[in-house]
Design a protein around this ligand. Structure first.
Ligand code: IPM
Ligand code: MN
Length: 356
């Protein structure tokens, strides 16, 4: 196959982790006779520095012209004081929206070798941890009407959490289909005891559940879900939820695996083009030091092969190579524990490449 991949390294550790993922993709290309062409896209804080805006039209166009997008991370303290619409994060939100990527798939799975890195007690994770969060990605408070007003008592600001039936239904279908391909269990997370948007969410999900009688469906309130994730994470298979709840719960779920540096994600829309990115941020505190964990980005590239390029064997190869690196005791700082071998970002890349 021949594919054009838009590459957004972004800011902070984004540069180093994406470089490792590209080495892995090149190795896969060599092994299977594929051709991957990379198109560099400048977006995020670096684009603010270079062009004065986080996502210039011509950079976005490169994403629209590609078969898929690989992203590292955007943002950093340098741009933290900018006004909302000018922040590096706008680049990420802009690509998600322009490409119509409404479904964000975030798997959290505890690698056997990393059990020590899990902060929960042994008896809690005995039931295992292997769940997927299906997060709605281009609706809710992230994209609702927002405003800052001058009022008598000073400034007033609001954001609106807004959902249409269509938006709930399309993410609901992705979640039911995902559950079908896994252990057949779906938990829909909302705040229906308080929010109107959640009550609509629940109504639509209930309509869908009658179409998927083979899926064991339940509702759970988001506060309870946050608690259940650390009380008994093994009870979950697929979780579907709105944008902001999904943002928060996926960070929580990732930590159970030992480190947020382990979790990949894919963002998909109607077609096969997706954006693939680790769920962590740009980690400015360790940027440029070759210390970051590249595994989440490497696993994101693996997800790209599976979901966008329909290459399951190539995806499995990468996952196996990562698993072997961990089983052989190699660790970046974030997942380091006693008796293991501490390696740098690029050394982790070397080891995974060698396993391929
Ligand atoms: C994520 C990130 C983003 C989000 C930020 C950087 C805009 O936290 O992908 O989880 O909130 O979606
Ligand atoms: Mn997040």
């Amino acid at each position: 196959m021949e594919k054009k991949i838009a590459v957004i390294r972004g800011d902070g550790i984004g540069v180093e982790i994406v470089n490792q993922a590209l080495r892995v993709l090149d190795k896969i290309a060599e092994k299977y006779g594929h051709t991957f062409r990379y198109v560099d896209v400048t977006a995020g804080g670096c684009a603010i520095d270079a062009f004065g805006e986080p996502l210039p039209e011509k950079e976005l166009q490169k994403c629209l012209d590609s078969d898929s997008v690989l992203l590292g991370a955007v943002g950093g303290p340098k741009w933290d004081t900018l006004e909302g619409s000018q922040r590096p994060e706008r680049a990420l939100l802009g690509v998600r929206q322009a490409l119509g990527l409404f479904a964000n798939i975030r798997p959290s799975c505890l690698f056997k070798a990393l059990e020590n890195a899990c902060p929960l007690k042994q008896e809690i994770i005995e039931g295992g941890l292997d769940l997927v969060i299906v997060r709605e990605l281009i609706g809710g408070a992230y994209f609702g009407k927002r405003e800052i007003l001058q009022t008598e008592g000073g400034k007033t600001a609001y954001d609106t959490m807004i959902y249409s039936e269509m938006e709930v239904e399309r993410i609901g279908r992705v979640a039911f289909e995902t559950a079908r391909k896994r252990r057949g269990k779906l938990t829909s997370v909302d705040k229906a005891n308080v929010l109107e948007s959640s009550r609509l969410w629940r109504e639509v999900m209930h309509r869908l559940k009658d179409e998927y009688p083979d899926v064991e469906y339940s509702d759970m309130l988001v506060d309870n879900t946050a608690m259940q994730l650390v009380r008994n994470p093994g009870q979950f298979d697929v979780i579907v939820t709105e944008n902001m709840f999904g943002d928060i719960l996926s960070d929580e779920a990732s930590m159970i695996t030992g480190s947020i540096g382990m979790i990949p994600s894919s963002s998909l829309g109607e077609g096969s083009r997706g954006m693939y990115e680790p769920i962590h941020g740009s980690a400015p505190d360790i940027a440029g030091q070759n210390k970051a964990n590249p595994i989440a980005t490497i696993l994101s590239a693996a997800m790209m092969l599976l979901y966008s390029f329909d290459a399951p064997q190539e995806c499995r190869d990468i996952e196996n190579a990562v698993e072997k690196a961990l089983a052989d005791g190699y660790r970046t700082g974030d997942i380091m524990s006693e008796g293991k071998k501490l390696v740098s970002c690029s050394e982790m890349g070397d080891i995974i490449l060698a396993n391929l």
